[in-house]
Design a binder for this molecule. Structure first.
Ligand code: AHM
Ligand code: MG
Length: 348
């Protein structure tokens, strides 16, 4: 008698992919995939609310009560809540830290199974929600040091990340992550509620045609950034670059990952250290960029080498393909800004 035929569904879910990935972590025995499934669950909950953002405003106008009878929360507060809740029940998570919380939250200090620290921005670019523009969730995962956790244990450089990624709530919802073995993208199929592998082993083009920066701040940037932007748009680098700027880091980076070019948030007079957050914005993006063949610097040193002093440290960021990053480095070496310059030790 023939066995029931097995039908290959013809697609790979993020869960299947993570299970395969975790075989590279000796002794991980399912805990890493369970941890990442906490992020995908939260992502689906956040996306369902993001998709209703305009409706919730209307339906919640009377007494701030939504259709489920719940008191309305701002979306970034909601996103923080679901990320914390779904990671909080994962035994492998020792500590979480969020852009929304001043201090890291220690969940399990004694358990030897709690081997990971997850640092995240639950809803980056949330001011874009009101105007129906893309937002994202970013995350960075590092190993927890042995022994009892102290707050400062979280302050580790980005090269120690074991995995990182983001969820982009755009025209579709995508999860992009790397566990140190390439960058993989999954698109949410709303019909079945699963993230399906759609972009395997993503590579950032070595050269692109877009530059992405808030040019309103150009007069307040160090000279090397001004000169670099001028060269990008003048045609001096062999082509005239075209400008694209969404003002939502995940969306701006996602385009850069797919199409190449450069995305940057330079230091400015109002944000001398840069605006973006090192540990949960720049680090995940830099990890992905390097895994995809690109590079990321703060202008002085490789992002992934930066040692944070506080979980909410800010940094400047220049991230892109090898050609654009090499050109940036040339500008950096020739255009000096006394107030900004310090010796460049390990520039990219
Ligand atoms: P947020 O964490 O408060 O949302 O701010 C971060 C966002 C990034 O997504 C984006 O790259 C940047 O702020 C845009 O800043 P600006 O409006 O100054 O260009
Ligand atoms: Mg943010």
């Amino acid at each position: 008698m023939n066995a029931t035929p097995f039908h290959d569904p013809g697609f790979i879910t993020v869960q299947q992919h993570i299970l395969k990935e975790q075989s590279r972590f000796p002794g991980a025995s399912g805990e890493f995939s369970w941890l990442l499934s906490g992020i995908t669950l939260a992502a689906k909950m956040i996306e369902s609310q993001v998709r209703r953002a305009g409706l919730n405003d209307i339906l919640g106008a009377h007494g701030e009560i939504n259709v489920q009878g719940e008191v309305q929360q701002k979306l970034d507060v909601y996103a923080n809540h679901v990320m914390s809740a779904s990671l909080g029940v994962r035994d492998s998570v020792a500590v979480i830290a969020s852009e929304e919380n001043e201090h890291p939250t220690v969940l399990r200090n004694q358990s030897p199974n709690a081997r990971y620290i997850v640092i995240f921005d639950p809803l980056d670019g949330s001011s874009n929600i009101d105007v129906n523009v893309s937002t994202g969730t970013t995350f960075s995962i590092i190993k927890r040091p042995n022994g009892v956790f102290c707050d400062n244990d979280i302050l580790r450089p980005g090269y120690e990340q074991v995995a990182a990624g983001y969820v982009l709530y755009g025209s579709s919802t995508m999860l992009v992550y790397s566990a140190g073995n390439g960058v993989h993208g999954f698109t949410l199929d709303p019909a079945i509620g699963a993230f399906i592998l759609s972009h395997e082993n993503m590579k950032m083009p070595a050269q692109g045609s877009y530059y992405s920066v808030n040019e309103a701040h150009i007069d307040a940037m160090p000279a090397c950034f001004q000169s670099y932007i001028n060269r990008l748009r003048s045609g001096e680098l062999g082509q005239k670059y075209v400008s694209r700027y969404i003002g939502s880091m995940v969306a701006d980076f996602h385009r850069t990952l797919l199409k190449g070019g450069v995305f940057m948030y330079p230091p400015t007079k109002s944000h001398p250290a840069g605006k973006l957050r090192l540990m949960y914005e720049a680090n995940p993006v830099a990890f992905l960029a390097e895994q995809a063949g690109g590079r990321a610097t703060d202008g002085r040193e490789r992002i992934l080498n930066k040692m944070p002093e506080n979980v909410h440290d800010r940094t400047s960021l220049v991230v892109g393909g090898t050609f654009e990053m090499t050109q940036f480095e040339k500008c950096r070496r020739t255009e000096r800004t006394p107030a900004y310059d310090s010796p460049i030790t390990n520039p990219i």
